[in-house]
Design a protein around this ligand. Structure first.
Ligand code: AMP
Ligand code: MG
Length: 336
């Protein structure tokens, strides 16, 4: 199969939708990261996504829709909280997990009786979903375990000859995956994955509408804040190079980077074989937008070691960035 990168003209979106309709795969831009899409109601098509990415089959994917009403077609019931959150944050980087209807194939939900649904805020994604006439199941369009793709060329690097069409949509505005919230428990919203839509924004939306009895919490708080076993291997978003995170004051971090560049780290990264990701005073949103692309660019340069500096801000977007850094490095944090 030859992979084509196509500009998102009306004609090409139609062409891509034909591929989706006949059960094939199309990579397409969203505002978060590029997705690898298939007809979400076609079990065989969804299966191809897992095979193409090498994704474990128990890792569920997100169904992408283009109309608010389509949520009702996929879930057993919407509730006032899901209505409020979809109206407030869609189209946008928030994914809602609710009980699924039988017609959603369990292949798409990793065997769970719940389904994750999102309306993306990218005109090309919305046009493709509408033209295809079906929800599109899509995880990130990378090989499983690699950094998420935020540019069409990243998708091509991982999936060349494995996907028919990549729709070009420029650099992703957000740059990390959506915030995922579980709405299946009464009185509680659980953030399964942090993202650009923050806990604070969700609480504000609830407060504005008078929901005072609903708590919002992180499902894996200890994960992102203080990894219990720094050596723990969790391959996700991983660059080919060894990666470590430096945490500390600006001065100490800069000194440690210089030291490692001279002496290496566990035999790696001396001389110019070290790549550095340091966003310094950059606003967390800008940092998030660049993070995955930087990992891929440094891999391309062939460095052995990537030193990523932990954000020193404590806002919730920085928290989402730290979550991705920790996973990409396999939780290797060095405090200086
Ligand atoms: P990705 O498609 O790579 O952005 O990953 C989708 C994310 O949504 C993963 O973290 C999944 O574990 C999560 N997810 C998808 N469906 C569900 C579900 N039914 N319940 C809980 N988490 C889900
Ligand atoms: Mg992914």
């Amino acid at each position: 199969m030859k992979t084509q990168i196509l500009m998102p003209t009306v004609e090409n979106i139609k062409k891509a939708s034909e591929v989706i309709k006949k059960g094939g795969l199309v990579a397409f831009p969203t505002e978060t990261v590029y997705g690898l899409g298939a007809n979400g109601l076609n079990e065989a098509a969804v299966k191809k996504i897992y095979e193409t990415k090498g994704r474990p089959s128990d890792n569920p994917m997100i169904l992408h829709i283009a109309e608010y009403e389509d949520l009702r077609k996929l879930v057993k019931e919407v509730n006032s909280v899901s209505e409020l959150l979809s109206e407030t944050f869609w189209p946008g980087p928030l994914t809602l997990v609710l009980k699924k209807k039988d017609k959603v194939p369990s292949m798409a939900t990793g065997g769970l009786d719940t389904v994750a649904v999102r309306m993306p805020a990218h005109p090309v994604a919305l046009a493709l979903i509408k033209e295809s006439g079906t929800p599109i199941a899509a995880p990130s369009a990378n090989l499983s375990g690699r950094p998420s793709p935020t540019r069409a060329k990243d998708v091509l690097n991982d999936l060349n000859n494995r996907v028919e069409i990549i729709l070009e949509g420029g650099d992703c505005e957000v740059g990390i995956e959506s915030t995922v919230v579980d709405l299946t428990k009464d009185g509680e919203i659980l953030i399964l994955r942090p993202g650009l839509v923050t806990k604070g924004e969700i609480e504000e939306a609830l407060n504005t509408c008078g929901y005072e009895n609903i708590t919002v919490g992180y499902a894996n708080e200890e994960d992102a804040l203080s990894p219990k076993s720094p050596g723990m291997k969790y391959t996700h978003y991983s660059p080919k190079a060894e990666m470590i995170i430096l945490k500390g004051s600006k001065e100490k971090v800069l000194a440690e980077i210089e030291r490692i560049k001279k002496e290496g780290y566990l035999g790696l990264g001396s001389g110019n074989k070290t790549g550095v990701i340091y966003f310094k005073d950059l606003d967390a949103k800008q940092a998030v937008k660049q993070f995955f692309a930087k990992l891929r660019d440094l891999d391309e340069e062939g460095v052995e070691l990537i030193i990523s500096v932990a954000p020193d801000k404590t806002d919730e977007v920085a928290y989402a960035l730290m979550n991705r850094m920790l996973k990409a490095s396999g939780y290797k944090v060095i405090k200086v």
